[in-house]
Write a protein that binds this ligand. Structure first.
Ligand code: ARG
Length: 461
């Protein structure tokens, strides 16, 4: 005869290796707090509805408190034979309180239990991720604010395109990460419904109060459909996709930090405490942190794909495949939290090399578009002016000078519309500051952007 809690139907004990393969207790023990909270709410509800006695209720609550403190004190042994967190806790509880422990599972199944644990866990973790994101947003906003006039080149195809402000570049990431912040908020909102009381799949024959447990556990309301409640994992998938997008943003940011800190670019320098040296080349300072964050993006995508694949094609309701839903989430969570934790101080402590940035901002004929716009303002149609400037740049390349170094006579070879005033339009600073339309890189526009960002950061803190 099996000694398992569910062993009544079985004549053979579980095979040892099957037991190990089947067990999730060594990873789902992350849910212990929520499993206990959920059981407390369930016990209170059962008593309130007259399904268990007041005495059972008291015993269960005390017993659950004790299990909680044993786990928190590190005195709880997670045993493979207990299979999962739910059974491990219930078993210990029953050892402590006797028969009342055996009554706790009335009107409940592990299927709704794991669904409620998981959602409670995620709700708290998302708030932690958001707090780290808020910290990073604040750092970016402050960095942009303190370096609000610094020039740098902007690229397309990684070729110099037009000069921009460093603050504008930093604020581009602020905008991306701000959207990530709201994506996490959205997914939190949608998962805020309590599946407890859905039972195995079809609901329960007992007169339970699901509104009570939902509010006791801090959910907005109970879920509406018992089948959906135990089958759905889209809350986790949605979270993983928000993580994947956010990590992708961090990865692009990392990539730029890596490029900009090379000796060839030399726009920024990462702080020593965020870099390592080579074991053989003593001159090296390697940007391991941004590289790792870029590298870890793969595993976050992996978690999303793994979860989508696990769920694809599963018939309703619960299937054991779904036990595979936790580790990808844990891994993605650990990864994104660590990446965010590192990112904020890494950006805060990095220093700029203003001369190099400014010099590069003006290199590569970055103000050619300003010359084209100048001609348009003088009445030349844009397509024509594009052609004129193309030839002017080709001429300057041939002479190995910048367009600002051409004489007015040289300009006139390409267009009569160019007059003496041209020089004031094709400096790097003028180029930047002329892009003052809403959302542009002009100092005035970027200041507006930072002002709004400050307000946003204040709201989320
Ligand atoms: N450990 C299981 C899981 O994480 C709990 C649910 C078990 N339900 C079942 N019907 N076997 O998915």
């Amino acid at each position: 005869m099996s000694k398992k809690m569910w062993g009544g139907r079985f004549s053979l004990p579980t095979d040892k290796f099957v037991e190990e393969f089947n067990a999730s207790v060594h990873f789902d023990n992350r849910f212990y707090k929520y499993d206990i909270k959920g059981s407390m709410a369930h016990a209170k509800m059962l008593a309130k509805q007259g399904i268990i006695s007041e005495e059972d209720r008291e015993n269960l609550l005390k017993g659950l408190e004790q299990v909680l403190s044993e786990i928190e004190a590190g005195n709880f042994e997670w045993k493979t034979e207990d299979e999962d967190i739910h059974m491990a806790i219930e078993k210990r509880l029953t050892e402590i309180v006797g028969d009342a422990g055996k009554r706790l599972h009335t009107a409940r199944s592990r299927n709704d239990q794991v669904a409620v644990d998981f959602r409670m866990y995620m709700k708290e973790e998302i708030i932690e991720v958001q707090a780290l994101l808020a910290e990073l947003l604040k750092t970016l906003m402050q960095k942009a604010d303190s370096e609000n006039a610094q020039l740098m080149p902007g690229f397309t195809h990684l070729q110099t395109a037009q000069p921009i402000l460093f603050a504008h570049w930093i604020m581009a990431y602020f905008q991306m990460l701000k959207r990530d912040f709201t994506r996490f908020a959205d997914c939190l909102e949608r998962m805020d419904y309590c599946p407890l009381g859905a039972g195995a799949l079809a609901g329960t024959t007992f007169d339970i109060d699901r509104h009570f447990t939902a509010s006791e556990l801090g959910f907005k309301a109970p879920t509406e459909n018992s089948l959906d409640s135990v089958s759905d994992r889209d809350f986790a998938i949605e979270f993983l996709s928000a993580c994947a997008i956010c990590q992708m943003h961090l990865s692009r940011f990392s990539e730029e930090l890596i490029i900009y800190s090379t000796s060839e670019f030399s726009f920024i320098e990462l702080s020593d405490d965020f870099c390592t040296c080579s074991s053989i080349m003593p001159q090296k300072k390697n940007p391991d942190m941004p590289e790792l964050i870029r590298g870890k993006t793969g595993r976050v995508y992996g978690s999303l794909i793994s979860m989508l694949t696990t769920m694809k094609g599963l018939p309703l309701a619960y299937n054991k495949d779904m036990q595979e839903d936790k580790e990808p989430v844990f891994d993605a969570l650990d990864t994104i939290k660590a990446s965010l934790k590192i990112f904020a101080p890494m950006v805060e402590k990095m220093t700029l090399r203003p001369e190099n940035m400014e010099k590069s901002a003006g290199a590569g004929y970055s103000t050619a578009t300003d010359l084209a716009d100048y001609l348009v303002r003088k009445g030349v149609p844009f397509r024509e002016s594009h052609h004129i400037v193309g030839s002017t740049v080709a001429y300057a390349i041939e002479k190995n000078v910048d367009i600002s170094e051409l004489s007015i006579d040289e300009f006139k070879r390409f267009s009569d519309a160019i007059t003496d005033d041209i020089y004031q339009y094709i400096t790097v600073r003028a180029s930047v500051n002329s892009r003052s339309a809403y959302g542009g890189t002009a100092e005035s526009s970027v200041k507006e952007q930072i002002k709004k960002a400050k307000k946003y950061v204040n709201e989320i803190f």
